[in-house]
Design a binder for this molecule. Sequence first.
Ligand code: SAM
Ligand code: SF4
Length: 326
Amino acid sequence: MLQDQYQRVHDYLRISLTDSCNFRCNYCMPDEDIQSMPNAHLMQADEIEIIAKKFVDLGVKKIRLTGGEPLVRKEFPQIIQTLSKLPVELTISSNGVLIDKHLNALKAAGIKKVNISLDTLNRESFRKLTNRDQFEKVWENINLLLENKFRVKINVVALNGIIEKEILDFVALTKDLPLHVRFIEFMPFAGNLWNKDKVLTAAKMLEMVKKEFKVSKLKDEPNDTAKAYQAEAHLGTFAFITTMSEHFCGTCNRMRITADGKMKNCLFGKDEMDILGALREGKDIEPLIRLSVRNKHAALGGQFTQDYTKAEADKIENRSMIKIGG
Ligand code: SAM
Ligand code: SF4
């Protein structure tokens, strides 16, 4: 079991397969031209398997593959097939554009749940946010996942000034489609031009939704990061991930491995443990994993406080989101 100094048991691992992406979401990537890591720096398929197995031996029950865009990793089908043999719940986060290409691999690996990022339902806004004209393809692929009985969560980054116009449209979407929309408060990472005025809080969004829909609160599970609701007579649900306005660090069970094999015990933490380097030197990685978990800060990587309006984005030491693995 992996337990930190605050008695939090860590049983959920997010593995980034790549820091490359076929989209250019401006809240995720630094403004300047981003260089992807050379292949030799990435965990190779066999190394991912060894590292994942070690975490499972230490009590991990759920693994999410992320990135960058995990589906652009050439060996994705092979990696997911191998990991599907481990006794864990396996899921992925994707921008959705390559889902049709990998549908059979997802099914063969027994994947049941997929998170798709989609910040707008408007083609032109989509093009501006992602720098790619792929709204239709992503929307088709979301429907393809539903037709194939996947449980689909839609991740919407709640950018103040952009999302307000669409919150009600996203909730309306859950009337006839069994989609689970999650509005994520905009978080600060290196180079993403975060400032407090760009954060639209869950409380404000809920107020907007309640003016239009009759909603009820759903029960959240202990380690859930989202606070879930359902509009009356809707098939799907909606939820808020309140990282900025009301963090949920007290029940955090998550750890991350970056595509270059560095363990991060917190999304916002600057500390990294070189798991891949140790593995390549033939060392035992277990003590490093345990040390990383033990050293985890109580909240928000120790880099800012509950009052997000006081966060100073340029003083936070961290990677950009695309290089962490969201
Ligand atoms: N490419 C995949 C995708 O877009 O889902 C996986 C990686 S992406 C980094 C994972 C998630 O992080 C996405 O849902 C994305 O919207 C979210 N994300 C990226 N930057 C963010 C930020 N600054 N604040 C909140 N969420 C962010
Ligand atoms: Fe790529 Fe996902 Fe980041 Fe968008 S949010 S740039 S799709 S990794």
